[in-house]
Design a protein around this ligand. Structure first.
Ligand SMILES: C[S@@+](CC[C@H](N)C(=O)[O-])C[C@H]1O[C@@H](n2cnc3c(N)ncnc32)[C@H](O)[C@@H]1O
Length: 342
């Protein structure tokens, strides 16, 4: 097992950790959690976790751990040495220290960076490393939480531009009420869908979830009651498809497909998208009952809901086992709840 640190994006800790656990599971990476603190997760993994991290929208970066230390009386003590990652000869490096939460130490962060720079320089003396603060080949990162310093080599960092290119407004067909790509990706990830498996979104709208699932290499099915949504979703899928897809018109309460491996969806709540005259609770409940007939036995169903709806109670009544209920505050009057079921 190797020790790593996952750094989750600020404000999204709950969702970020759960999204990462789901992708580790989906990618069959064996891991054990050592510590969760603020935005960081210290963990051990048997296989390289980058494959799972790459799928995540709410993970900021992954470090392979070098040391854990403390800044006591303004002196840095790297008390727990873990490992020196292998690096190539004649490359460039930089050391940065990032603080999470309030600064409680008196020492300035650039002083810590210089001290850690000396540590790296001495330990990699034979490798002829040269400093390059602007565009280093290797970035060594210290994450300071209170007086505790987690120090490691950054081995993966999130590229948000990949998500921006698939935002609703950048798709051939734009539909109001579509979720931001990063949330669609996280919800699809929570369904634990794997490459070449069959993913389904029964309230597909413009296809935001299908686009994320196809990008992950899944085969996808989507349906919607609205014929314009089906037309537009087909346009979007033609543009983004990576694998097999089919989009058709159907009421999510009467499904005519066989088995699927995972379902993730964003049902309408009469806020931005129509329930076509149906009572929201009836619609969600009847859809959940119908979905049980097509979901693989150990498969996941993930759906979003405004927190005030208590939709997880409907899921329980429909016979699901609730795995997680994750709340993210979007603005003053809206908290998005993501419900993970089996
Ligand atoms: C919130 S939107 C989905 C947005 C979608 N995730 C996207 O990226 O565009 C909900 C969709 O559910 C559809 N809908 C409403 N009632 C339905 C029903 N009974 N069966 C299937 N789809 C329905 C609406 O037409 C709407 O497109």
């Amino acid at each position: 097992m190797k020790k790593y640190l996952a750094h989750v994006r600020g404000h999204y800790e709950v969702l970020g950790f759960e999204e990462f656990f789901a992708t580790l599971e989906a990618e069959n990476i064996q891991y054990s959690i050592e510590k969760i603190e603020d935005q960081i997760l210290l963990f051990n993994a048997k296989q390289n976790p980058i494959k799972a991290a790459k799928r995540c929208a709410f993970l900021h970066s992954i470090l392979t751990m070098i040391s854990i230390g403390n800044v006591e009386k303004d002196k840095l003590e790297l008390e727990k040495f873990i490992a020196l990652p292998e690096i190539e000869d004649n490359k460039t490096f930089a050391v940065r220290v990032k603080k999470i939460g309030k600064k409680v130490i008196e020492q300035d962060l650039p002083d810590l960076e210089r001290e850690l720079g000396g540590f790296i320089f001495n330990n990699y003396r034979e490798q002829n490393l040269k400093a390059n603060l602007k565009k280093p080949d290797y970035l060594f990162l210290g994450i300071l939480i209170g007086k505790r310093l987690y120090f490691g080599l950054e081995v993966w960092v999130l590229d948000m531009s990949e998500y921006e290119s698939r935002e609703p407004s950048n798709r051939p067909y734009f539909r109001p009420g579509s979720m931001k790509t990063e949330f669609a990706r996280a919800i699809v990830n929570l369904s634990r869908i794997r490459q070449n498996e069959m993913f389904y979104d029964p309230f597909c709208g413009g296809g935001g979830f299908l686009i994320e699932a196809t990008t992950l290499g899944a085969n996808v099915l989507g349906s919607d009651l609205d014929k314009f949504a089906v037309y537009g979703c087909n346009q979007n899928m033609k543009f983004f498809k990576e694998n097999y897809y089919s989009v058709f018109r159907s009421d999510s309460r009467h499904l005519s497909i066989k088995e699927v491996d995972a379902i993730a969806t964003d049902p309408p709540y009469s806020i931005q998208s129509s329930t076509h005259g149906e009572n929201v609770n009836n619609l969600i409940y009847e859809f959940l009952i119908e979905a049980r007939t097509i979901l693989r036995k150990d498969g996941y169903l993930v759906f979003s809901s405004p927190a005030k709806h208590d939709s997880e109670l409907l899921a329980e009544k429909a016979g699901y086992s609730i795995q997680k209920v994750l709340d993210t505050r979007l603005h003053k009057s809206l908290t998005r709840r993501i419900i993970v079921l089996k």
